[in-house]
Design a protein around this ligand. Structure first.
Ligand code: SAH
Length: 253
């Protein structure tokens, strides 16, 4: 995806803004990760970084009774989540805000849990964990997913598709970074295949098909849609080479 091409980016968002989620994950995995967070206070203060349209924010809102701040850098995602929160009577306990996780002006040590599904790669894991260190109280939890390699020597197409994931390693590499970053691991697990398809690649494939009708005859748009359609196809063919891993850890006291 050429991020400097406004037409391509426009179509990218036209696909992604309508999806239930903007990355792999599902309700069962979020529940499993939350269950790994031991000793959360009864009404935790939660920060959801790179929340997208907020699929996981809404799960957390259902399962926790404290306040949640959800942040994403793409304003239309945040607007959609704000509308959902208002319609569900969840605001102001749950708040969505436009922001860059790399430049947050939030009080140090003010969160019990930082959550982030499929978003830390945008700034790199080490930096993201450093930000969590600052924002979490000692003993606070971080739960995040990240892409990891599962087999050596991936096909060229697969390697190229993860060019935007600088320093992508295996799960063991992330575990080492978690420890080095001042956290104690509580657990980790690989997202199952349905977490890629049910709420993400299946609706994405359908959306691309619908937009192919809308843009019939527009070769430029169809070319961008073809490119977007490659990702789910690649996952079907080469999914064993890479995965998404949920990591749950605790800031050392
Ligand atoms: N957590 C959501 C969205 C994952 S996609 C889900 O799992 O469905 C990654 C998200 O990170 C996108 O919504 C993107 O807009 C957001 N993002 C990318 N860089 C960011 C940054 N620097 N600060 C905040 N959000 C960012």
């Amino acid at each position: 995806m050429d991020e400097a091409d406004p037409r391509a980016m426009g179509l990218f968002f036209e696909v992604f803004e309508s999806l239930p989620r903007q990355g792999p994950g599902n309700r069962a995995c979020a529940r499993r990760a939350l269950d790994l967070c031991r000793d959360l206070p009864s009404s935790p203060r939660v920060l959801d970084l790179g929340c997208g349209t907020g699929a996981q924010t809404l799960h957390l809102a259902e399962w926790t009774s404290g306040s949640i701040l959800a942040i994403d850098s793409h304003p239309p995602f945040v607007a959609r989540l704000q509308a959902t929160l208002a319609a569900g009577g969840l605001s102001p306990r749950v708040e969505a805000m436009v922001g860059n996780m790399d430049r947050l002006e939030l009080p140090a040590g003010s969160f019990d849990l930082v959550w982030s599904e499929g978003a830390f790669y945008n700034i790199g894991i080490d930096k993201a964990l450093g930000i969590c260190q600052g924002l979490l109280r000692p003993g606070g939890h971080v739960a995040f997913t990240d892409a990891v390699w599962r087999k050596e020597d991936p096909p060229e197409q697969v390697e190229a598709s993860f060019a935007d994931y600088p320093g992508m390693g295996r799960a063991e590499d992330v575990l080492a970074r978690i420890e080095k970053g001042g956290f104690t691991l509580l657990g980790h697990f690989t997202l199952p295949d349905e977490a890629w398809w049910d709420d993400f690649y299946t609706p994405m494939t359908r959306r691309i098909e619908a937009l192919r009708q809308k843009y019939a005859g527009d070769e430029e748009a169809l070319g961008v849609l073809d490119e977007l359609a490659r990702e789910p196809r690649m996952h079907r063919e080469y999914g064993e080479w890479y995965g998404y891993e949920f990591f749950v850890a605790r800031r050392r006291v």
